[in-house]
Design a protein around this ligand. Sequence first.
Ligand SMILES: Nc1ncnc2c1ncn2[C@@H]1O[C@H](COP(=O)(O)OP(=O)(O)OP(=O)(O)O)[C@@H](O)[C@H]1O
Ligand SMILES: [Mg+2]
Length: 609
Amino acid sequence: MTAPGPAHEEEVLGKAYDARLVRRMLPYVAPQARWIALSVTLMFVVIGAQLLQPYLIKLLFDVFIPRADRAGIAALALVYIAATTVELLARYGQLYSMELTGQNVILHLRDRLFRHLNALDSSFFDRHPVGRLMTRVTTDIESLADLFSSGVVSLLGDSVKLIAIVVILWWLNWRLACVTFAMTPFLFLLSVLLRGRIRRSYRDVRRRIARINAYLQESISGMLLVQLFRRGEVNRREFDAINGEHRDAELRSVVYESSFSAIIELVGNVAIALIVWYGGREMVRGVLTFGTLVAFLNYTSRFFGPIQDLSGFYAVLQAAMASLERIFALLDERPAITSNPLPAALPERARGRIDFQDVRFAYRDGEEVLHGIGVRVEPGEKIAIVGATGSGKTTLIKLLIRLYDPTSGAIRLDGRDIRTLPLPWLRRQVGVVQQDHFLFTGTIASNIAFGHPDLPRERIEVAARLVHADRFVRGLPKGYDEEVRERGNNLSVGQKQLLSFARALAYDPAVLVLDEATSSVDTETEILIQDALRLLLEGRTSIVIAHRLSTIVGADRILVFHHGRIVEEGTHRALLQARGIYHRLYQLQFGLETETSGPLPLAAPEIST
Ligand SMILES: Nc1ncnc2c1ncn2[C@@H]1O[C@H](COP(=O)(O)OP(=O)(O)OP(=O)(O)O)[C@@H](O)[C@H]1O
Ligand SMILES: [Mg+2]
């Protein structure tokens, strides 16, 4: 809790312009060059058409009315309509091409990030919380889109417009122009000052929203516990407090935001009043025409908008640079585990002999959790691993499929060090059924066919039938096409187990690794699962982290893990006779069966030596 929370890292703002970051961004922007050129061109058209309009009014008063030129007045009206039409059409095209540019850029960048995340290894995900990574792919990328929609092109547009207005005002009447310009330093200063406050208050709001989200996420996922332990009242009070803080922060930002527009408006109106006062006197003196005065008022009212926008550009740029920095930092992460090109003589299917040779392993910065595992598994052999919780069983499996690499020692498949093998091939050979049965959004069928998206429907159904998943799947309203909701919320634990067995069977790997779930299921499902398991393990090398007595007894060999070491090894009968740790574990875990009538405690309890 001492480390800065996730909200903080997102708030770090640095330089508003970093040439290195902008250069790295170029490859994503370059393909959009044509759209950018179109947008800039149209922007000039918009500005031209816009600034023509007040001048037409001036011509009306100063030229056509004095001359009583009716045909000229009609033509002027037509030109005015044409100018506004051109302005509208060009503005539409300009906004569209600009948004398109921004969206195309972030489409590619987001794609790139997602592919990059897929290539990173488990130790990376240990270090980076999911929420933080989600922010990279969503919010950070979004603020780049802002850079395009309200950033670069607008910066150019606003500057051009501002300069054009200055020139026109000066050309119309330089003394009057000075009145307008006198207001600008004021306006700019006020904008910058208030913008800073607005930015800070927005940041405050975002931080509080993050707190609300975090609190909500925790209470909703733990709702069952909250309700069981009647924590509802406490939670409601805590939430009220956080929620109230958010409202206050939001109100503060509204106050700044509305004062900002009000002040800008006020400054603009003061400028108009000054021009009315000074310009009116000049007209009375006969040194200023009516048309010029009207045009002047019109140009002046268009003068302050761009200044207001420009004052906000710095913040957009700063936020975008901060996001870019974080995005490229993520893209610079190199996977610690890399694949090797396919060696020439690799068979389609491995024979399935596995050697663990003095394997040692520590998670990043952690204590060593495996202290020299050495064991050979023969092709077709069925190995059961038993041991107390935290003894390193799952960790060994993670090493076998190279989610991590051992700190020292080696793991070989058919005599080849797995670090020299192509990852896809290795993971094709070693199928894993995990402890928690993770299902993805999609249908039941697509979840079974997860490893091969183009597996024929028939094979899916055969696999499901063989592991007895068929019966409950057919009972679902849409059968195999039933949608799996968030992580399989709509399925029971036993059903999820059967489905993951079906997935493994359809995958048909040479080596099957199974981390048996510790949660218990009803007796009927248990019988189905045991039968499905027997079939699943048949004809392949298997390593099962076993919690079921039936799996343990049926194994060719049992490895007993204790604090990251294999302390005993042998068949069930031999190990029982040895009266060592296995015997004690067996007594603790299954010995109770005869003394009480309760269900089997399937999780291995911690034992002391
Ligand atoms: N991602 C990780 N980062 C750091 N330490 C970890 C990580 N995963 C596991 N550990 C630690 O490694 C040790 C072994 O964990 P492992 O998951 O291999 O135990 P296990 O034998 O599978 O236990 P269980 O029977 O409860 O599944 C534990 O002390 C655990 O805290
Ligand atoms: Mg485990």
